[in-house]
Design a protein around this ligand. Structure first.
Ligand SMILES: Cc1cc2nc3c(=O)[nH]c(=O)nc-3n(C[C@H](O)[C@H](O)[C@H](O)COP(=O)(O)O)c2cc1C
Length: 204
């Protein structure tokens, strides 16, 4: 689908077809696309918890204030932020160096910089939220391009989601994205402010 059309037609789906399905391959292909999202230092502070089994969706629904779309969607992907993404610094530096982005001699410097930059939890958390949000948006556009509807959701109890899925301490839920077949006919995009309203050139 052409990009502008895709952006306009991606709307938050309210009603998913409970009979709608998504194969593991389709879901993996959409997640693959989501991993092309950008992230600070390419640390990829994300992890995808793909919830497809009926009983697991019901458990997630309960942790999400019983939002029905979690049950009806073919899958719900909990996009997790990774507080310890900076521990991949060595991997990232090796890749940058192998591809000619970073001279070999600067690798240790980059690794030290990253360990320092991510030494406090608020930076870890903020960057993880940014990265996971970009990944979630990319996931939604890829899903739409493959003919699926989506809805981003933060209406859930993070602690309940953590307990329900045994999420390890270094990961935390940023957003849930439901993916499935839309029941509605294609509906118009909701109100958006004009470019003039939301843009300021060169400072306030
Ligand atoms: C951070 C975030 C949290 C959201 N949480 C929910 C949610 O818990 N349940 C829901 O039905 N929609 C949720 N939405 C969808 C918004 O209501 C929707 O994006 C907004 O109304 C704009 O509509 P559109 O996506 O169709 O353009 C959320 C969207 C965002 C970006």
């Amino acid at each position: 689908m052409e990009l502008n059309q895709l952006l306009e037609q991606r709307i938050s789906v309210n009603n998913f077809d409970p009979a709608g399905q998504i194969s593991r391959e389709q879901l993996e292909s959409i997640i693959q696309a989501a991993t092309s999202a950008p992230s600070a230092y390419n640390l990829q502070h994300w992890h995808f918890l793909a919830v497809t089994d009926k009983d697991r969706k019901l458990a997630l629904k309960q942790a999400a204030y019983n939002q029905q779309k979690i049950e009806d969607a073919a899958a719900a992907v909990v996009v997790l932020g990774d507080l310890k993404a900076f521990e991949k610094a060595g991997l990232i530096a090796d890749d940058l160096s192998a591809k000619g982005y970073l001279p070999e001699a600067y690798k240790d410097n980059l690794i030290n910089t990253l360990h320092n930059a991510y030494s406090n939890e608020s930076t870890q958390r903020e960057e993880a939220i940014r990265a996971a949000s970009f990944a979630a948006m990319t996931l939604m556009l890829a899903a739409k391009n493959d003919g699926f509807g989506t809805c981003p959701m933060t209406g859930f109890d993070p602690q309940a989601v953590r307990e329900t899925f045994n999420i390890p301490a270094h990961l935390f839920p940023v957003l849930i994205v439901t993916i499935g077949q839309e029941l509605e006919e294609t509906r118009p995009q909701k109100f958006r402010q004009s470019v003039e309203q939301v843009t300021t050139f060169n400072g306030f």
